[in-house]
Design a binder for this molecule. Sequence first.
Ligand SMILES: CC(=O)CC(=O)SCCNC(=O)CCNC(=O)[C@H](O)C(C)(C)COP(=O)(O)OP(=O)(O)OC[C@H]1O[C@@H](n2cnc3c(N)ncnc32)[C@H](O)[C@@H]1OP(=O)(O)O
Length: 397
Amino acid sequence: MSQAVAVLGTYQSEFRTQDPHHTFVEQAQIAAAGAYRDAGMTPEDVDAVVISLAPTFFMGVADADRWALDHIFGAGKPVFRVHTGGATGGSAVHAANTLVRSGLARSVLIVGAERIAETPDAQKVLNIIFDAFYERDLPLSTNTMVALRATTYMQRFGYDQEDLARVVVRARRNAMNNPYAHLKGEVTIADVLSSRMIAWPLKLFDICPRSSGSAAMIVGNMEMAKRFATRPAFVNGAGARTDTYWLGDRMGPFAESDIIEYQLIAEAARACFAQGGITDPLKQIQVAEIYDPYSINSAFTLEQAGFCSRGMALRLEREGYWDCDGGAVAVNPSGGTLCTNPIAISGLVRCIDAANQIMGKAGAMQIAGVRNALATASGGSAQFYTCTLFGADPYHA
Ligand SMILES: CC(=O)CC(=O)SCCNC(=O)CCNC(=O)[C@H](O)C(C)(C)COP(=O)(O)OP(=O)(O)OC[C@H]1O[C@@H](n2cnc3c(N)ncnc32)[C@H](O)[C@@H]1OP(=O)(O)O
């Protein structure tokens, strides 16, 4: 029988544009030590390490995971590096979950760090994730790619830039309660609409910043949970799906999936919810930490994951459906990826914020009575999707 998997400790740093006082390995070590401290554990209590690390170009060192290994207490243990673009942190949690659930490890440290803003123009680096022959010269970047998706979605469902702006206003307001958030503050719809145009319809405030910082989580089996945790969160579902590399095969009448609406996240969510006993996400999930690097992204994910029907998320936003105070589901009490995006660990931070809600450790972000919390991630230009469900009790499907 598979083992129940519990979150035993978490750590995240404050996020900012640059962190000139620490190297990448120092950031990673601070996070690992922080998670050990939080769990009351030492490195000897952990059997394996998963490193959450997206493109290493941003660190200026090839294979920065190797550089960090000694500093995160990884030497002498099995170590796995995971990389699925923006979904990296979600996939890293899934890898650790698999190691513990299968009985191969009693407990696993997941750790990573990011310093994307040290690259003068991150979009030039992000451009090389696209196919060299057919796509790269278009020219695509994450900003233009998502703008393409946003334009089509808005046209399909009749939305305007104000609908996008409303998401930003909620995210920045929520982030006021998050001591670790990069961008926060009370901004108005007018502020968002008048911010600098980057790629129509996305303006500066519709787009995530480039964030530096680090994060870590320790997961363990029931025996470790009894030793080290008084109120653990349980990893009750881990669903993931991967799309083809080729953008052209995800568009048009003959496409097998729809890149515009993040169709594959529906399958990832279905698999995740089936494992965790969720049949009606809107009724059973109290907090959703959605990976939303752009104001448009949470709409795709909420719809595909079954919180509302297609094309409805931004209409429900107008009615406060996703608000922390009085909404149907508290979406991104942390402010989400729109306020903080350290790509290599953004998915991990979503998981930490969701798990902390279950463990009652979310501080000023805490939502009352959380029994189930969802964390999502997407990356590699919408090629990889992960959904992770945390619960207050272990669930056996
Ligand atoms: C879905 C996936 O596949 C995976 C993904 O996650 S896709 C997203 C990946 N991330 C990105 O593509 C990064 C997107 N962001 C950017 O490209 C840039 O931040 C930007 C074009 C929006 C702005 O660039 P810029 O003006 O050169 O800003 P940058 O040099 O980063 O930062 C300068 C200042 O602006 C601030 N800033 C950056 N982005 C901001 C934003 N969106 N709103 C408000 N302020 C912002 C920074 O905090 C910084 O202020 P401080 O110096 O006080 O720290």
